[in-house]
Design a protein around this ligand. Structure first.
Ligand SMILES: Nc1ncnc2c1ncn2[C@@H]1O[C@H](COP(=O)(O)OP(=O)(O)OP(=O)(O)O)[C@@H](O)[C@H]1O
Ligand SMILES: [Mg+2]
Ligand SMILES: [Zn+2]
Length: 159
């Protein structure tokens, strides 16, 4: 590293192997941790969290989460897209970024969340998957394809 090169992410510890979830919408880091299932029963990965960190690329503020010894699966990345549609996921192996991609929010969100309407057909034990269309990204609004209701509290209704 040259002397002129700026130091990146000085607030957070570097990790040897694991995942960096960067460019999280400001304030959403705790929801990302919830999606990752981080709790007292899951203490085998060290996690560092940066909230309200200045971001040059987002032109403002962002959150960032770094998890050691964990690589995310596709479904988890899709759920993260629902709370942080601009997040970037980097897989770090042996201190270097080995893979990097932006989370992808598809037009149809299938099988990731349950409808918040208890009377919805998708909540009646029928053999159908929940399905929502994305009405708006900021704020995130999902509309149930079965009952047309807007999903309330997305993070409380993730499957
Ligand atoms: N070994 C590591 N430990 C912890 N974090 C890392 C490590 N290597 C890279 N990162 C982080 O992973 C993310 C992606 O790394 P990259 O080098 O692509 O950053 P970048 O040039 O800032 O990219 P971007 O344009 O996406 O912001 C950054 O947040 C970076 O700080
Ligand atoms: Mg960066
Ligand atoms: Zn519904």
């Amino acid at each position: 590293m040259g002397a002129q090169e700026p130091i990146k992410e000085i607030r957070l510890m570097p990790i040897k192997n694991g995942t960096v979830i960067d460019h999280i919408a400001c304030g959403q880091a705790l929801n990302v941790l919830k999606i990752l299932g981080v709790n007292e029963n899951n203490i085998y990965s060290s996690i560092s969290v940066g909230m309200h960190v200045g971001s040059a690329t987002l032109g403002g503020w962002k959150d960032i989460v770094k998890i050691e010894d964990m690589e995310l699966d596709e479904v988890t990345a899709q759920k993260i897209a629902l709370v942080a549609p601009d997040a970037t996921i980097s897989i770090v192996r042996d201190l270097h970024v080995a893979e990097k991609y932006k989370v992808k929010l598809s037009d149809r969100v299938v099988g990731l969340a349950r409808c918040s309407n208890p009377n919805c057909i998708s909540n009646k034990g029928e053999p159908i998957e929940s399905e929502f269309s994305v009405v708006s990204k900021y704020p995130m609004q999902l509309k149930c394809c079965y009952c047309d209701k807007i999903l309330m509290n997305i993070t409380d209704n993730l499957l």
